[in-house]
Design a protein around this ligand. Structure first.
Ligand code: NAP
Length: 292
């Protein structure tokens, strides 16, 4: 039977590291602050904002919720973001999705300062992710890699097959896995004979959102199976993988819930800390330029 990769255990280790990083910053007089921008009253977003507030405060991070009415114009939202970009005490900005339909998501994401973009969605960060530069990376693909790394699973030389090429998980994961020296194959709805490809994976990652998509006959015996999918079935959270049957074939597997999803919030807060260091570097760079 497969080793169960326990997301909660890995999260506890990451949280400890985060606490140390925050303590070190506080000693130097910096108290990290996260600003969350919520447009409208989408119930899932309101619930997630409340959850974030609790997690942030437990970690010693100041939390600010900026809630705008659902009919706020795109210009108004962008001006609000500009204020947060210019506020030195705010170190990270998170835009809650979905935005109301009259607001262009891409333009709003591009309005966030790349060094405060804790979601790692800004084209500046996406570009550096592809070219291998220093940047803020999206939390969910980071979670997929961290849960393996912290469980002693190396990617170098392995064939990773990723099912899903979405902007938040599958696509950024391609470049992050390449940076870890995996050989990567990406599958999507137009892929012919998905099972033929998944059976070749040493590491199979599913990032689709279709319960039961990955069945036991699609998995090579001993492979590592990472399930990033999230769906709700009869009020229960479930992943893409037929966990009960696949765990009899795989060498290691992440459960849902309790796997990849457990790590994402703490990794987003680690992005906040990384952003603080990048903002400090940018300030030093600007000061040096002003002296020349
Ligand atoms: P997305 O943008 O909707 O992308 C889904 C991808 O799956 C698309 O590339 C799509 O292919 C592919 N796909 C759909 N049906 C398929 C099939 N039958 N065979 C092969 N590929 C198929 O989704 P996303 O934002 O990347 O998120 C993916 C999953 O991760 C969702 O379940 C989401 O809820 C979950 N998620 C989890 C977390 C977390 O914290 N754990 C965070 C974010 C997202 P095409 O491109 O051809 O349409």
């Amino acid at each position: 039977m497969a080793q169960i990769l326990d997301g909660k255990k890995v999260t506890a280790i990451l949280r400890e590291e985060l606490n140390q990083q925050i303590a070190a910053l506080k000693e130097k007089g910096t108290k990290p602050k996260l600003a969350v921008l919520l447009v409208g009253e989408d119930p899932a977003s309101v619930a997630y904002a409340r959850f974030l507030e609790k997690v942030s405060e437990n970690a010693g991070v100041c939390f600010e919720l900026h809630q705008l009415p659902a009919n706020a114009s795109e210009l108004y939202v962008k001006l609000k973001i500009e204020d947060l970009n210019n506020e030195p005490s705010v170190h990270g900005i998170l835009i809650m999705m979905p935005l109301p339909s009259h607001i262009n998501k891409q333009r709003v994401m591009e309005a966030v300062s790349p060094l405060k973009d804790v979601d790692g969605l800004h084209p500046f960060n996406r570009g550096h992710l592809i070219s291998g530069g220093v940047c803020l990376q999206p939390a969910t693909p980071m979670s997929c890699l961290e849960i393996m790394k912290r469980s002693g699973i190396s990617l170098a030389g392995k064939h990773m097959v990723i099912v899903g090429r979405g902007e938040t998980v599958g696509k950024p994961l391609v470049f992050m896995a390449l940076a870890e020296h995996a050989t990567v194959t990406v599958c999507h709805t137009r892929t012919k004979d998905l099972a033929h490809l998944t059976r070749q994976a040493d590491i199979l990652v599913s990032a689709v959102g279709k319960p039961g998509l990955i069945t036991a006959d699609m998995v090579k015996p001993g492979a590592v199976v990472v399930d990033a999918g999230i769906s709700e079935v009869d009020g229960q959270i479930t992943g893409d993988v037929d966990f009960e049957r696949v765990k009899e074939v795989a060498g290691a597997i992440t459960p849902v819930p309790g796997g990849v999803g457990s790590l994402t919030t703490v990794l987003m807060l680690k992005n906040l800390i990384k952003g603080i260091h990048l903002q400090e570097k940018a300030r030093q760079w600007e000061e040096a330029e002003n002296l020349c």
